[in-house]
Design a protein around this ligand. Structure first.
Ligand code: ATP
Ligand code: MG
Length: 440
C-alpha cells in the first residue's frame, strides 16, 4: 500500500476526550472514528488489525472443532419472550419496532437465536457434540460507554454455542473452548488469566472470565502470580482427548484467581504473601456452561441412545475483538506510539522514503516495496513528500514492527537502515540483505 493513496488520517494533537492510552493512540493513528456515543467506524488501518485479530480467533475456534455460521444482528422479540429474557434484559437492550409494529431488537447476544436454529433441525444425539459460532456486531446500550472501543455500545463479539447430550460431554465442550481461548490470547501477544466468574444475566453453573492485567482495566482482580508463566497448550493439542483437556483445565484452575465479584478474601490470604497478585484487569473473553437454561423453555430436545428425549446441555463462549484491539495496545506501546505484536500488525513492514522525488531513493524504495510485496508481505510504502521527521513519527505511532529507511546518503552506498520498532535497534545493511531478511 502506498501511503500517498491510502486513507490514514493521523492526528498531531492528543484528542482531549481520550482518557486512556489505547483510546488516544487509536484516534491519533486514524484507526477509529466515533459516529455517535459508543458507536464507531473502523477506518482502514484499524480494520486491518481487527481483521487479523478475527482471523486468529477463527483459526483457533476451527481448530477446537467449532463451526462458523452467521446470524443476523436484528432479532424478533418473540424468541426472547420464549426464554423469558425479553423482560429480564432491561435497558441495555435496544428495542425497535418494524413497520408492521412488530417488536424487534438489536441482539446483545444470541443464545435464543442459536437455540432456535438448533431445535429446528437437530433431533438426535448422533449429531452431537455441536458447537456453532459467529463473529458479529452486538448492541448493548451501556450506561457508561467509554475508553473508545474498549466499552462501546455497538461492538463485535465472537460468540460460540455448544450443544451436548450430557453434563460430562458439555464439560468437555467447555474445556475445548477454555483451551482454545488460552491459545487465542497467546497468539494475540497477550497473557490472559482465566478467573472464576459470576454467571450474570446469561445464567448458569460454570463460568470463567479471561482477564488481561492492565492498570487501566475496569475490573479488580486477585490471583496467584504463577499464572503469568504458565505454559500455553501447544498447537498439537488433541481437542478430542477428554483427559488431555481436563488436565489443561485443572492446571489452569489449580491456583487462586478471581474477579472482585467472586473474590474470597480468606482463600486469597491462604496464598503465600509473595505470590499474591492484586491488580486491575480487562475482561476479553467469557465462557459459560449453563445446562438447560435455554433448551428447556425453548423446547430444544434430542433423542438419546435410551430412546428418550433429553433437553440439550448448552454453553456459550464470547470474545470481544473490538475490545481486544485496545487491550493489545494497553499491553504494548511506548511514548512514541503503538507496538503491534507481529501477529496482528496492520502491516508487516513500512518502507520509509526519506526524500521522495530523489531518483535513487525512489528507485530503491520501489525495488524493496515490489520485492517484499511479491514475497507476500503486507508492506506500507511511505512515498509522501512529508518531512523525514514526520514520517518517522508516523511510523512509530502506527506501530508497524519493522521500518526500512531509505535516505540519500545510505542509498548512495547501496544501503538502507532497518529499524525494529519494539527495541528501537537500527542496522545498516545492503538493499539486498534488507530484502533477504524478510523474504525467508
Ligand atoms: P462487561 O462485564 O465488560 O460489561 P460482559 O460480561 O457484559 O462484559 P459478556 O456478555 O461476557 O460481556 O460478553 C463477552 C465478551 O464481549 C466480553 O468478554 C468482552 O470481551 C466483549 N464485550 C462485552 N461488552 C462489551 C462492550 N460494551 N464493548 C466491547 N466489548 C464488549
Ligand atoms: Mg462477561
Amino acid at each position: 500500500m502506498r501511503l500517498s493513496r491510502y486513507f490514514m488520517p493521523i492526528l498531531k494533537e492528543n484528542p482531549k476526550e481520550a482518557e486512556i492510552v489505547s483510546h488516544r493512540l487509536m484516534l491519533r493513528a486514524g484507526m477509529i472514528r466515533q459516529q455517535s456515543q459508543g458507536i464507531y467506524s473502523w477506518l482502514p488501518l484499524g480494520k486491518r488489525v481487527l481483521d487479523k485479530v478475527n482471523a486468529i480467533i477463527r483459526d483457533e475456534q476451527n481448530r477446537a472443532g467449532a463451526i462458523e455460521l452467521s446470524m443476523p444482528t436484528l432479532q424478533s422479540a418473540e424468541l426472547w419472550q420464549e426464554s423469558g429474557r425479553y423482560d429480564a434484559y432491561g435497558k441495555e437492550m435496544l428495542r425497535i419496532k418494524d413497520r408492521q409494529d412488530r417488536p424487534m431488537l438489536y441482539g446483545p447476544t444470541n443464545e435464543e437465536m442459536v437455540t432456535d436454529i438448533f431445535r429446528s433441525s437437530v433431533k438426535s444425539y448422533k449429531d452431537l457434540p455441536l458447537n456453532l459460532y459467529h463473529i458479529q456486531l452486538k448492541f448493548r446500550d451501556e450506561i457508561r460507554p467509554r475508553f473508545g472501543t474498549m466499552r462501546s455500545r455497538e461492538f463485535m463479539m465472537k460468540d460460540a454455542y455448544s450443544f451436548d447430550l450430557t453434563r460430562e460431554a458439555a464439560e468437555h465442550s467447555y474445556n475445548k473452548m477454555f483451551a482454545a481461548y488460552l491459545r487465542t490470547f497467546d497468539r494475540l501477544g497477550l497473557r490472559a488469566i482465566p478467573m472464576r466468574a459470576d454467571t450474570g444475566p446469561i445464567g448458569g453453573k460454570l463460568s470463567h472470565e479471561f482477564i488481561i492485567l492492565a492498570d487501566t482495566g475496569e475490573s479488580e482482580v486477585f490471583c496467584h502470580k504463577d499464572f503469568v508463566d504458565f505454559d500455553i497448550p501447544g498447537e498439537h493439542t488433541d481437542f478430542d482427548s477428554v483427559e488431555g483437556l481436563q488436565a489443561i483445565f485443572d492446571k489452569w484452575t489449580s491456583l487462586y484467581a478471581a474477579t472482585s465479584e467472586m473474590h474470597d478474601e480468606a482463600a486469597f490470604n491462604a496464598v503465600p504473601e509473595g505470590d499474591r497478585l492484586s491488580a486491575r484487569g480487562i475482561e476479553v473473553g467469557h465462557i459459560f456452561y449453563f445446562g438447560t437454561k435455554y433448551s428447556e423453555p425453548m423446547g430444544a430436545k434430542v433423542q438419546g441412545p435410551d430412546g428418550k428425549e433429553h433437553f440439550v446441555q448448552m454453553g456459550s463462549y464470547g470474545i470481544g475483538p473490538t475490545r481486544l484491539v485496545p487491550a493489545i495496545i494497553e499491553a504494548s506501546h511506548d511514548d512514541n506510539g503503538i507496538i503491534w505484536p507481529a501477529s496482528v500488525a496492520p502491516f508487516d513492514i513500512v518502507v520509509i522514503n526519506m526524500k521522495a522525488g530523489d531518483q535513487a531513493c525512489d528507485d530503491t524504495c520501489e525495488l524493496i516495496y515490489a520485492a517484499l510485496t511479491k514475497a507476500g508481505k503486507d508492506v506500507l510504502y511511505d512515498d509522501t513528500d512529508d518531512r523525514a521527521g514526520t514520517k518517522f513519527a508516523t511510523a512509530d505511532l502506527i506501530g508497524v514492527p519493522v521500518q526500512i529507511i531509505a535516505g540519500p546518503r545510505a542509498v548512495a552506498n547501496g544501503e538502507v537502515e532497518v529499524k525494529d520498532r519494539k527495541t528501537g535497534a537500527r542496522e545498516t545493511m545492503t538493499i539486498e540483505a534488507a530484502i533477504n531478511r524478510f523474504v525467508a
